[in-house]
Structure formats: structure tokens, C-alpha cells
Design a protein around this ligand. Structure first.
Ligand SMILES: Cc1ncc(COP(=O)(O)O)c(C=O)c1O
Length: 430
């Protein structure tokens, strides 16, 4: 495909007509496809169906003799903590296993920090004049929604391909009002980026204006590889400890996209002081988590190797879907100069940067043609993408054939919106 910007007026208009016709033809098919949220597909959930019959009748005692059916065990069963210790990069005694949803654990951690402060705080965060978070963009909309809910100011920082722009992060972190930062260090949502060793090292060692600064290290995609290479990122807990900032990271993860999205386990891992802090708050909220589910996960996944094999089965289901999206983008848009996109090696998303000023238009065109996309802007704080440029594609949930059909339409919409933008610019005489 030739670069759209290099076409003369006549060729551009001819192309616009041709692409419009193709779009109208696709629209006439009356499809109804959904590429909005990063949910596991039913076949992925089926991989964990055996969980539903576990633990077997009578098998409800933990290795320490605790009755998993009963109250208590706030920190989680030792065997569940041990099983996920390598995923979290923390020893079992510095891990808390919670019920489903790491998002809930993140929410609670932030709400408690606002209400009570964290170890090292002089006052609850809510008493600071402008509690602020650093938000790498594009990022995860639900992180931003928590900040928005509680009036936390958000400072966007661009992603670089190696994680967030660390010069910008360090400059912001020097401000005492900046209390924390969101990080999705591996296969980031939505860019798929993997934080480099240098990024992690700088995050661990940087000077912060707030003595109670916290990195919310959301390792949601820790084991969600799409290639044979199981990427690793630096161990934030160890690196912070070595840099004399042991309390800086709160590490989160879950099995939502390992076993069952609505019935998995969520994890919090941190320094001994932070774990004590977390448990003291959690103990007011609950008498104990669902330990039967913890036992169920231990019986089902068994060990690190079991977890690895299980994730390989996910990979086999997901790779064709990601490839279908990438093939459609490549065949329609490569060389046009109007879009670029991530080629993730893990995680749940493909991030597409379309021609500035057209992301909302692309979403509207796709909707008209029967494809639901995540709203444009969702990857930015307050849903405001200043360049109206970024789109997040979520290919995991629909069936492969649907992903193929939807991707074709999406790529065409990106092209059409880009061409129309160029036409507009030409008409204005730019
Ligand atoms: C980065 C990130 N964190 C957290 C979540 C949600 O995790 P959970 O299901 O454990 O609440 C998601 C889901 O898409 C995510 O992308």
C-alpha cells in the first residue's frame, strides 16, 4: 500500500470512493461482533472446568490441618501462597491470598491509604492537598476509574516501548503530592510492553518527594505469554529492598485469566510492614477469604509446572486470534503511514495508534458496521485522549471466525477514517 500522505488529490479521492464502497458492503452484512473487553473465551474457561469438582468430598483440610470450610485464615492457605510465590516474586509469608478480583485488592489498598495512610505516612493520603498518581498511558481504564472515583489527580506519562518514560516519572515523583503510580510491568494493558531492567531499576531507586510513595505493581499478565519465550521482568520487591525502599511496591496479581475470571484468586505481595498493614485493614473487613477456592486451585494446578502447562493451553487458543488481528491490520494498513500497532508477546490486548483525530471516528464507523470497540479515549485518564489516537483491541473473547471478521472491519475503518482526514486536510489546502 502506498503512503496515503503521498497520494495526489485525484488518487486520494478515488481511493476514498473505493474504500467507502468496501465499507458499505461490509456494513450491509449486518454483523454483530464485540471486541471491547479483555475477557477469556468460553473455551479458555473450559480449560479449568475440573476445578468445579474440587476439592473432592472430604478433602477440605489444608496442609497445616486448617478446615478450609470454616472462618479464618486471613492471609490465605500456606500451600496457595507457596504455589504462587514464584509468580509474585515474594516469599510465601509476604503474600496475601484474597478472593476473586485483584482489582478489588487494588481498590481497597488505595481506599485504605486514603483513609489511614500506609507505613511511613505522616497522615492519611486524603489529607494531602492534592494526592496524585502517575499514570503511564495508554493504560488500563479501571485503574484510572479508581483514581477518578476518589478524586486522585492523574498525571499521564508516555510509554516508550520499554515501559514508562522514566525521565518524566522521576520528575513527577519528586513532587511530595505524588503518592503513587500505576504499573502493569509485563505485557502491559494495552500496549503489551515489557518493562526493561533499567526501567524497573530506576523505579526501585528513584527519589520520591513523598516518603510514603507506593508503586501499584499490577502484574496481571505475569504468566500470560503468547510466544514460547516466557518473558521475565525485574523483581520489584527485591530491587526496592536493595535500594533501601522496601515498602515502595504493592504487588498485585490474580488467576482471573488463568482459571476462572469470576471465581479466581487474587494476590497482594509486599514488604513485611506492608503485609502487616494490609492484614490489619483486611481483618476489619472480613473474617477470612474463601479458602475452599484456594484449596481447589492448589489441587488443580498442583505446582509451577502445572501452572505453566495450563497457560500453554491458553496460549494455543489465543495465538490464532491475535494473529488474525495482526494479519488484518498488516494487509490493510502496512505502508499507509496512518496507523501503527503493537505486536504483543503476551497479555490480552493489541494497541492501535490511528491517525490523530480519528480514533472516535473509527469507533463510530465500526459500530455502524456492527463491531463494538472499547470507547476511544478509554486508555487515558478521564477517558480523554488528547490526540484522539489510541484504540485498544481485545481479541480474546469472540470466536476465531468472529475475530477475523471484526478485524477486517476495524482495519478498514481505520483506513477509511485516515483517508477522510487526509481529504479534509487537502480540501482545507494543507
Ligand atoms: C491490568 C489489569 N489489571 C487487573 C485486571 C482485572 O483483574 P481481576 O480480574 O483480578 O480483578 C485486568 C483485567 O482486564 C487488567 O487488564
Amino acid at each position: 500500500m502506498t503512503r496515503i500522505a503521498d497520494l495526489n488529490q485525484e488518487d486520494l479521492h478515488a481511493l476514498r470512493l473505493q474504500v467507502r464502497q468496501e465499507y458499505d458492503a461490509l456494513r450491509a452484512r449486518g454483523l454483530k461482533l464485540d471486541m471491547t473487553r479483555g475477557k477469556p473465551a468460553p473455551e479458555q474457561l473450559n480449560l479449568a472446568n475440573r476445578l468445579l469438582a474440587l476439592p473432592r468430598d472430604g478433602d477440605h483440610f489444608s496442609e497445616t490441618g486448617e478446615d478450609a470450610r470454616n472462618y479464618g485464615g486471613l492471609q490465605g492457605l500456606p500451600e496457595a501462597r507457596a504455589l504462587f510465590a514464584p509468580v509474585l516474586g515474594a516469599p510465601a509469608d509476604r503474600i496475601v491470598v484474597s478472593n476473586n478480583s485483584s482489582l478489588a485488592v487494588m481498590h481497597d489498598s488505595l481506599a485504605w491509604a486514603l483513609l489511614k495512610g500506609v507505613p511511613g505516612s505522616e497522615a492519611p493520603w486524603s489529607q494531602a492537598p492534592w494526592p496524585t498518581f502517575i499514570c503511564p498511558v495508554p493504560g488500563y481504564d479501571r485503574h484510572f476509574a479508581i483514581c477518578e472515583e476518589y478524586g486522585i489527580r492523574m498525571r499521564p506519562v508516555p510509554m516508550t516501548g520499554q515501559g514508562p518514560d522514566m525521565d518524566a516519572v522521576e520528575a513527577l515523583a519528586a513532587d511530595p503530592a505524588v503518592k503513587g503510580m500505576w504499573c502493569v510491568p509485563k505485557y502491559s494493558n494495552p500496549t503489551g510492553e515489557i518493562y526493561s531492567s533499567e526501567t524497573v531499576q530506576r523505579l526501585a531507586a528513584m527519589r520520591t518527594g513523598a516518603p510514603d510513595f507506593r508503586i501499584f505493581w499490577d502484574n496481571a499478565y505475569a504468566v500470560h505469554h503468547l510466544t514460547e519465550r516466557r518473558h521475565e521482568v525485574g523483581n520489584i520487591l527485591d530491587l526496592c529492598a536493595k535500594a533501601n525502599n522496601p515498602d515502595r511496591p504493592f504487588v498485585f496479581a490474580s488467576t482471573s485469566k488463568v482459571t476462572l475470571a469470576g471465581a479466581g484468586l487474587a494476590f497482594f505481595a509486599s514488604s513485611a510492614a506492608n503485609v502487616r498493614w494490609y492484614l490489619a485493614r483486611a481483618g476489619k473487613r472480613t473474617i477470612g477469604p474463601d479458602k475452599l477456592n484456594q484449596l481447589r486451585h492448589v489441587r488443580f494446578l498442583k505446582d509451577e509446572e502445572g501452572l505453566r502447562r495450563h497457560m500453554d493451553s491458553h496460549r494455543a487458543l489465543l495465538v490464532p486470534k491475535f494473529n488474525a488481528v495482526l494479519a488484518a491490520l498488516e494487509s490493510r494498513l502496512a505502508g499507509t503511514g496512518i496507523a501503527s500497532w503493537s505486536k504483543p508477546e503476551g497479555g490480552y490486548f493489541i494497541s492501535v495508534d490511528v491517525m490523530p483525530g480519528t480514533a472516535r471516528q473509527v469507533v463510530a464507523l465500526a459500530k455502524d458496521a456492527g463491531v463494538a470497540l472499547t470507547p476511544a479515549g478509554a486508555t487515558w485518564p478521564h477517558a480523554r485522549d488528547p490526540q484522539d489516537r489510541n484504540l485498544r483491541l481485545a481479541p480474546t473473547y469472540p470466536a476465531l471466525e468472529e475475530v477475523r471478521a471484526a478485524s477486517e472491519i476495524i482495519a478498514l475503518c481505520v483506513l477509511l477514517a485516515g483517508i477522510e482526514k487526509h481529504c479534509e486536510a487537502q480540501e482545507k489546502g494543507h
